[in-house]
Design a protein around this ligand. Structure first.
Ligand code: CO
Ligand code: CO
Ligand code: CO
Length: 305
């Protein structure tokens, strides 16, 4: 917990550890079925970041039974079940309560070989930094609520949030050169990156022009569509981040934007980076990008150019 790893891991035997994680939130899209899909992809992600395989899940449901149509809940749960099926995860139960505000999520149990566990600490000079999904979900969801976001953009972002991080995780592990991994969620790209570099005792340089961003994310940021969490992330994490003046302010905003069901941040050996990138693209992780490299040892410093 001290290192803010993505999930709890408990060793049962010399070759088996269980991974436990829990995640739930209020709807971030209008479509209940897609909200269910996103909630599951988001909850499973923390198992994938640890190098594990999710096995079972339990639903957590808070639902305003007096004011909302039950068909909405049905669609959310259906979206959830379909995504669990895609991930080969078995739903084994759950708990629901009456609440004024709708919330959905899951507790997930997975397994990993204790020697093969991946943490958010590790990396040496010369390692490459890969990000597997574009950034900007917080800004675009904020714009969508204000009816300022384009339909196509909302579709793209929704599909990305609903995409599992399983393939990226498996390919990175199979590459034989994965040094550390975390997923990008509420603390934004720079927040999660700071946690990782601090734990790893490394410094990284990020090429902002190589970072994948959703269409319109920078435009909407320039129009002030920044969620409160973005400012909180910048206030908290900027002491460890040095951003060059040449990086436009609206790009800086997106780097601090809180993400829902974001991609994996991978630190990998330089020798396998290009091949891993190729395999990611071939497997449908189309937005994955090589965005920087480990520049040396430090107590955790990020330079953005
Ligand atoms: Co996480
Ligand atoms: Co989490
Ligand atoms: Co119960």
């Amino acid at each position: 917990m001290e290192s803010l790893d993505d999930a709890g891991v408990y060793k049962l035997t010399d070759d088996l550890a269980i991974i436990q994680t829990i995640d739930f939130f209020t709807p971030i899209v209008d479509d209940p079925y897609m909200f269910g899909q996103i909630a599951v992809a988001n909850a499973l992600s923390d198992v994938y970041t640890m190098g594990g395989k999710p096995l079972t899940a339990m639903n957590i449901v808070c639902f305003p039974i007096d004011t909302m149509d039950l068909s909405i809940l049905k669609d959310i749960l259906l979206g959830g079940i379909d995504k669990m099926r895609e991930a080969n995860v078995t739903l084994v139960g759950g708990h629901s309560i009456n609440d004024s505000e709708l919330k959905y999520g899951l507790s997930v149990t997975g397994v990993v070989h204790p020697d093969k566990m991946i943490t958010n600490s590790g990396g040496v000079k010369g390692d490459k930094v890969i990000l597997t999904k574009p950034l900007g979900t917080g800004i675009i969801n904020t714009a969508a609520k204000a009816e300022m976001a384009d339909e196509e953009t909302i579709k793209t972002v929704t599909a990305s949030m609903a995409a599992l991080n399983n393939k990226a995780s498996e390919l990175a592990q199979d590459s034989g050169g994965l040094h550390s991994c975390t997923d990008i969620t509420g603390f934004g790209f720079l927040g999660h990156a700071v946690q990782l570099v601090k734990n790893s005792g490394i410094s990284v340089e990020i090429d902002s022009s190589a970072v994948p961003l959703f269409p319109d994310a920078t435009d909407l940021a320039a129009q002030g569509m920044c969620p409160a969490g973005l400012h909180r992330n910048r206030d908290f994490y900027s002491p460890w981040v040095e951003i060059s003046d040449s990086v436009p302010l609206n790009v800086q905003d997106v780097l601090y934007d809180p993400q829902t069901s974001g991609g994996l941040l991978l630190i990998v050996e330089t020798g396998i980076a290009d091949e891993l990138m190729e395999k990611l693209k071939l497997t449908g992780v189309n937005d994955a990008a090589l965005i920087g490299e480990v520049t040396g040892e430090s107590n955790g410093q990020i330079t953005v150019v």
